[in-house]
Design a protein around this ligand. Structure first.
Ligand SMILES: Nc1ncnc2c1ncn2[C@@H]1O[C@H](COP(=O)(O)OP(=O)(O)OP(=O)(O)O)[C@@H](O)[C@H]1O
Length: 284
């Protein structure tokens, strides 16, 4: 069963003179195993939406269900894991072992079960068991983010929500997180991420939800997204759209540098062939 939002609206400081509407009439369904990107400009309502998913905020109107459950229930909280942008804010134990064990122990799992889960999630985020005795704050930014991810995964969530998970990381840290997320998705967990970093994420996204002024302005596949005039676009897709607008018949639905190169070479060779057939005697 999915996460379902029906006609959800939310305001900060509701019923006060400072009331700020943040989400309006949101209808959304997120299935297990999907990789969803939540896009939008600053202040669009993306972070507010993630907090509606996991029951931190209750909608002013409308309903939210996680596999049919109230999102603030204990079982729904287990099913929906959260990783915040600043991993350091999420870490508070003395060792990485304690950090990852915190969630499962709190949910009443035995020490043995907890330990099994710790080894399982370390493998999922490609970290060695040797890190377990270390202080979380002795790690690099990318490693800290992977520990925050491992802690969320230790409850074996069906939906993993991330707010800007690669912002501020170096290229190695970004690559490690993107690879870990792909692996998590391949194991059947829905990965739902708020991101500005389309260069890194676009090739992974199966569905895009664009929020504008608290409303859903677009939801659908990344191919359909590229057919619209919506922004933001990843740099490669912008370049392919620009080439097409200038008359080069390239397919703009390309998501990687390698794909763009292949497509440009394909079009170049087709043009050369056509020119040769039209003017067989001429060098091209
Ligand atoms: N604690 C708060 N109190 C009052 N208004 C808030 C609060 N948090 C966010 N808002 C307002 O709610 C709206 C949506 O904010 P939200 O943080 O969800 O946007 P966002 O798309 O995540 O932005 P960003 O990309 O900057 O994180 C904005 O108008 C914002 O100013």
């Amino acid at each position: 069963m999915p996460i379902i939002l029906e006609n959800v609206s939310f305001s900060y400081s509701s019923k006060t003179p400072l009331e700020t509407p943040a989400l309006r009439d949101i209808n959304l369904r997120i299935e297990k195993g999907e990789f969803v990107g939540i896009l939008g400009e600053k202040g669009a309502g993306k972070s507010t939406l993630t907090k509606i998913f996991n029951g931190v905020f209750k909608p002013k109107t409308g309903t939210v269900r996680v596999d049919g459950l109230d999102p603030s229930s204990k079982e729904a909280k287990r099913r929906v894991g959260m990783v915040f942008q600043q991993a350091a804010d999420q870490l508070f134990c003395r060792t990485i072992y304690e950090e990852i064990a915190f969630g499962p122990l709190n949910f009443g799992y035995s020490k043995k079960e907890t330990e099994e889960r710790i080894y399982e999630v370390l493998e999922a985020v490609s970290l060695d068991r040797a890190v377990l005795s270390r202080d979380p704050f002795s790690l690099s930014g990318g490693e800290m983010q992977r520990i925050a991810l491992a802690s969320a995964l230790a409850l074996r969530p069906d939906y993993l929500i991330l707010d800007e998970p690669i912002t501020g990381l170096d290229p190695v840290g970004k690559k490690e997180i993107l690879e870990a997320l792909q692996k998590i998705k391949d194991r059947g967990t829905a990965v739902i991420t708020v991101t500005h970093n389309l260069k890194g994420f676009f090739p992974l996204l199966e569905r895009i939800v664009l929020i504008r002024e608290g409303r859903i302005a677009f939801q659908g596949s990344r191919e359909k997204y590229l057919e619209t005039d919506c922004i933001p676009l990843p740099p490669i897709a912008s370049m392919m759209k620009e080439l097409r607008a200038r008359g080069l018949p390239v397919n703009p639905a390309v998501f990687t540098v390698e794909g763009a190169l292949e497509e440009i070479l394909r079009v170049k060779s087709a043009i050369e062939k056509e020119n040769y057939e039209n003017n067989p005697g001429q060098r091209i």
